[in-house]
Ligand binder design. Structure first.
Ligand SMILES: [Zn+2]
Length: 240
């Protein structure tokens, strides 16, 4: 009886030990698998943040559908596009603006109103002044460009021009600034409008054209003087 009980006990112990070993081994395996898959997830996520390439995100969707659906949701709530030369540049949100010598008072007031629209966002801060070489600057100017007769008949009139100019210095004294310009084509009275100044100042700050009619960055003037949430989102991408 005692021997039988002892045998039974040994069998139980052996079974338990084998079971424990089996469980433990599978735990280690699953742990190392988690670590590997975590690493695989982490790497493409980091790349997809830096690059908006559709290739890396489609590879990602196979691994973690949840995260990639979040990414695609962000992509569908489209922000106003940004100019390619401001992408990835760490620009300060503060700008110093001044007017070229030949800018008439009437045009100055239109530009000043546009400045107020961007300052109201709280995303950028535009201050009157020249600024130094290492500070962001905006020059407001006027120009005269007469459109060919056939284009005028089609209402294809250039109302303004504007854009960023990125200056990067490397080395111990490294800095990145935007010395931007925004101008109105004063050949046409339609150009001396707040909507045109807001559009050109948007270019100066780094916004590109939007395909949305309600955006101030729509390429054809719609008289829009209010930034849409998408416009603000685009700005925030440049000035986080
Ligand atoms: Zn434009």
């Amino acid at each position: 009886m005692a021997v039988r009980f002892f045998k039974w006990l040994v069998e139980i112990i052996l079974l338990l030990t084998a079971g424990w070993l089996l469980l433990n081994t599978s735990f280690i395996q699953s742990a190392s698998q988690t670590a590997i898959s975590f690493w695989q997830q982490a790497t493409p996520t980091a790349t997809s943040r830096k690059r908006t390439s559709s290739h890396s995100s489609s590879a990602l969707s196979l691994k973690i559908p949840l995260k990639s659906s979040v990414v695609s949701q962000q992509e569908t709530t489209t922000s106003t596009p940004t100019e390619s030369n401001v992408a990835g540049k760490q620009l300060a949100a503060t700008y110093y603006y001044h007017f070229a010598a030949d800018v008439p008072t009437s045009v100055k007031s239109v530009f000043t109103a546009a400045v107020a629209v961007y300052n109201q966002t709280g995303i950028v801060h535009l201050t009157p002044g020249e600024g130094t070489a290492k500070q962001n600057q905006i020059t407001f100017y006027v120009y005269q460009k007469k459109m060919p007769e056939n284009q005028q008949q089609q209402q294809l009139i250039e109302l303004g021009a504007g854009g960023p100019e990125i200056i990067q210095r490397v080395g111990w004294n490294a800095f990145t600034v935007n010395h931007a310009r925004a101008g109105l084509n004063v050949t046409y009275h339609q150009a001396i409008q707040r909507s045109v100044a807001i559009h050109e100042l948007g270019h100066a700050l780094g916004l590109d054209h939007s395909s949305r009619l309600d955006s101030v960055m729509y390429p054809v003037d719609q008289g829009k003087t209010v930034l849409t949430p998408a416009d603000r989102k685009g700005l925030r991408e440049i000035y986080p």
